[in-house]
Ligand binder design. Structure first.
Ligand SMILES: [Zn+2]
Length: 450
């Protein structure tokens, strides 16, 4: 807890780092406790080296650029890359091991551009006050694994909610093959200003941890950006406004948390180290200021007007609406206030679609179970976005947002072999993305068809 208290923060804030041993231990524990899944043939926690060449026989292969479904295509994977895509009649290369996915639609692995692996459903204060960082890291490893098995081969994890730099360790542990999970870009701690982020409301003499790094004024903010980059941040996230939802969904006191000067300093300092900035914005005023400062993406955007979207288009800013976060809150507590939030958000989303803003796909998974992360695409489709466009948001557009369009986002020769097989045709029924029966990440299979 002391680690997250600004007054007690050491000059090199590494005291919250879980060791890699802890993360490896997580994998073992998870493997032991995982309930059997009908379609899972291997423990996802046990990563086995794949043969050098694998041929995936697809029922159909989805070209996410055009929406074309190629019947009977064969995807040849060599090492971690897609080598070629062959016609049904073609012979697989000699020595290739064959994976029969002929009952499924194969497509590129999904990307979730807004997750919180270190966050769990349930009481936020309890997580920060009563759960140790090793405990939270173990849970994060479980969340990462669940996201991978749900078909998300890449995620952008947008802050640890008080768990310091654990996401950078998790990212590296996954990359090193210690634990299973998506490839990750991470934001570490995120930044807000005094009085503008939980935990709040405790007696003033009691030091409680904060869910973000608190920094005030351009210079403190620049220092916070430097610290976060030193400790592994790929993105610098900040809370451009802050709200407190009442249990029934009423928004209390939505306020912009930083001056324009502070936001400008944050984005500028991040850019000096070639890190993009990302802003949490519920309201229009915060979004306008963040866009003006130069962020790469605006998250949530519950109530954004045309002028703001126009600015975003002009500056090439992505809109990552995270519809699922509020829909799941409404589903759990269907009050008029939550309905107002969900309806207003949908209207903003529809406005963005009409105006052709670049729409990214991110669910905010963490506050709800990762297995439901594909709900984001369902909600986009329900709000009027064609299924192909929703799939493109979670593949091509997200890949571009992450700057990884050269390696992920499409099942094409030369790209990393991040592939999933789903039951059904997601172009006709987007909920097919909830029926992921096979996941391959970088040429390694993590679950397989029966
Ligand atoms: Zn979030």
């Amino acid at each position: 807890m002391r680690c997250t208290s600004p007054s007690a923060r050491p000059p090199e804030p590494r005291c919250g780092r879980p060791s890699r041993l802890v993360v490896a231990l997580a994998a073992l524990l998870l493997a032991a406790s995982t309930p059997a899944r009908a379609v899972e043939v291997r423990s996802a926690a046990k990563i086995e080296p794949s043969p050098a060449v694998v041929a995936l026989r697809c029922g159909r292969l989805l070209d996410v650029r055009t929406g074309a479904l190629k019947e009977g295509a064969v995807v040849v994977v060599r090492g971690d890359r897609i080598e070629s895509v062959l016609e049904r009649s073609a012979k697989a290369p000699a020595g290739a091991s064959i994976v029969d996915l002929s009952a499924y639609t194969v497509m590129p692995g999904l990307i979730d551009a807004h997750t919180h692996t270190f966050l769990q459903p349930g009481d936020y204060d309890v997580q920060l006050l009563k759960q140790s960082l090793p405990r939270r890291t173990l849970q994060a490893a479980a969340q990462a694994r669940a996201l991978l098995l749900a078909g998300f081969t890449t995620i952008r994890d947008l802050e640890t909610e008080g768990a310091m730099y654990g996401d950078a360790d998790l990212r590296d542990a996954i990359a090193d093959g210690l634990v299973p999970g998506p490839r990750m870009q991470v934001a570490t701690r995120a930044i807000s200003t005094t009085g503008n982020y939980a935990l709040l409301g405790y007696a003033h003499e009691v030091a409680v941890p904060k869910g973000v790094q608190i920094a005030d004024g351009p210079w403190e903010i620049r220092k916070a950006v430097r610290e976060q980059i030193e400790n592994g941040a790929d993105w610098i996230k900040f809370y451009a406004d802050y709200r407190k939802f009442q249990p029934g969904g009423e928004i209390e006191d939505l306020r912009v948390t930083m001056t324009q000067e502070e936001m400008n300093a944050l984005v500028d300092e991040a850019a000096r180290r070639h890190r993009p900035a990302v802003a949490h914005c519920y309201g229009d005023e915060a979004a306008r200021a963040a866009v003006k400062a130069g962020v790469r993406s605006v998250e949530h955007g519950l109530f954004l007007d045309e002028a703001t979207f126009k600015m975003m288009i002009e500056k090439g800013v992505y809109y990552c609406p995270t519809l699922t976060a509020y829909q799941t809150s409404y589903d759990a507590t269907p009050t008029p206030a939550w309905k107002k939030v969900v309806d207003g958000h949908r209207e903003s989303f529809q406005r963005a679609v009409r105006m052709k803003v670049k729409i990214a796909s991110g669910s905010d998974a963490g506050d709800f179970p990762p297995a439901d992360a594909a709900m984001e695409l369902e909600l986009m489709v329900q709000a009027g976005l064609p299924a192909l466009k929703a799939i493109q948001a979670a593949t091509l557009v997200d890949a571009e947002l992450l700057g990884w369009q050269d390696r992920i986002g499409a099942a094409e020769p030369g790209k990393l072999a991040d592939l999933i097989a789903v039951e059904g045709n997601p172009l006709q029924d987007i909920s097919a993305l909830r029926r992921v029966r096979f996941v391959m990440k970088g040429g390694r299979a993590f679950s397989a068809a029966p």
